[in-house]
Write a protein that binds this ligand. Structure first.
Ligand SMILES: NC(=O)c1ccc[n+]([C@@H]2O[C@H](COP(=O)([O-])OP(=O)(O)OC[C@H]3O[C@@H](n4cnc5c(N)ncnc54)[C@H](O)[C@@H]3O)[C@@H](O)[C@H]2O)c1
Length: 283
């Protein structure tokens, strides 16, 4: 594993099940990590557990509600001021369906149960938050000619599932945003990629009431394998790709792990032939 010494990463949802694994892996590789979350008590627990592991030197924690555009811009500015750079943005923070009802997995959620306020909250946290941070972080990455935006979406099954709103369609929007940003930033040195667990992962987002055996769930550490490779300079120029973490075999060679795990972001095969006056536009 290449060292990330001198790189600085901002991880949202850092106090959650997947976020804390990502933070630990980035610290082990030598990065400075700003662990951001809305949950202050769990951020404090994360800092204590990182200190117990003696990984604490590069860690700072930051209270951040990613649905607040001003806090997002201020957080990026604060990271850049403190470390001189923000090289890696990991859009991982999200609300799960547990925000509506704990037993949503065994009893799907009906439209009548979702208030317009709840709908707006999901859009703000699970969609707009990533855009606010990307907008704030990317200009300096472009000037530096190097950057990583890595966004955690979800399985296509979940995006299209009935009774899984707002989470599913909002994550589909996030997936489309990442695809568009990958194209927009192509050639600047800033890459944009998506990682998904590939199924239910063993984190608080999958509640005890799900009826699923915890040992059958995807271990959150699995997310670190494609992530750490994407953060390395070996992945320079790799953009617009989507990784199913459960299919990334950490014991395999990187080319073999990529073959099993990697595809383009989104649904590009459906996006090729619009009816367009005067001929198809450039992709
Ligand atoms: N667990 C799964 O089965 C699963 C499957 C597919 C995708 N994902 C995605 O993985 C990512 C990580 O989720 P997880 O499984 O670790 O869940 P988690 O609930 O353990 O972590 C999510 C974190 O996001 C934080 N968060 C919520 N609202 C926020 C806000 N407004 N501002 C900042 N942070 C906020 C929470 O406090 C929490 O720490 C999410 O994007 C999730 O959608 C999870």
């Amino acid at each position: 594993m290449q060292t990330l010494n001198g790189r600085t990463a901002l991880v949202t949802g850092a106090a959650g099940g997947i976020g804390r694994e990502l933070v630990g892996a980035l610290l082990r590789a030598g990065a400075n990590v700003v662990a951001a979350d809305v949950a202050e008590a769990r951020l404090e627990e994360l800092a204590q557990s990182i200190a117990r592991e003696k990984l604490g030197e590069g860690l700072s924690t930051r209270h951040l509600d990613i649905s607040d555009q001003h806090s997002c811009a201020a957080s990026v500015a604060a990271v850049q001021a403190r470390f001189g750079t923000l090289d890696i943005l990991i859009n991982n923070g999200a609300l799960g369906m547990g925000a509506i009802r704990d037993d949503h997995m065994t009893k799907l959620v009906a439209i009548e149960e979702i208030t317009p306020e709840m709908w707006d909250r999901f859009v703000a946290v699970n969609f707009s938050g990533a855009w606010y941070l990307t907008r704030a972080a990317v200009p300096a990455m472009k000037r530096a000619g190097w950057g990583r935006v890595i966004t955690v979406t979800t399985s296509f099954f979940t995006m299209l599932r009935g009774g899984f709103h707002p989470y599913g369609p909002v994550k589909a929007g996030l997936e489309a945003m990442a695809a568009g940003h990958a194209k927009e930033f192509d050639g600047t040195g800033v890459t944009v990629n998506v990682i998904v667990p590939g199924g239910p992962a063993d984190t608080p987002m999958v509640p005890a009431s799900s009826g699923l055996r915890r040992t059958d769930l995807i271990p959150p550490v699995q997310m670190t394998y494609p992530l750490m490779w994407l953060c390395s300079s070996d992945a320079d120029g790799v953009t617009g790709r989507r990784y199913i973490a459960a299919r990334w075999d950490a014991a395999a060679s990187v080319p073999d792990a990529r073959r099993a795990s990697e595809a383009p972001i989104g649904w590009p095969d459906l996006a090729t032939a619009p009816v367009w006056p005067g001929g198809a536009p450039k992709a």
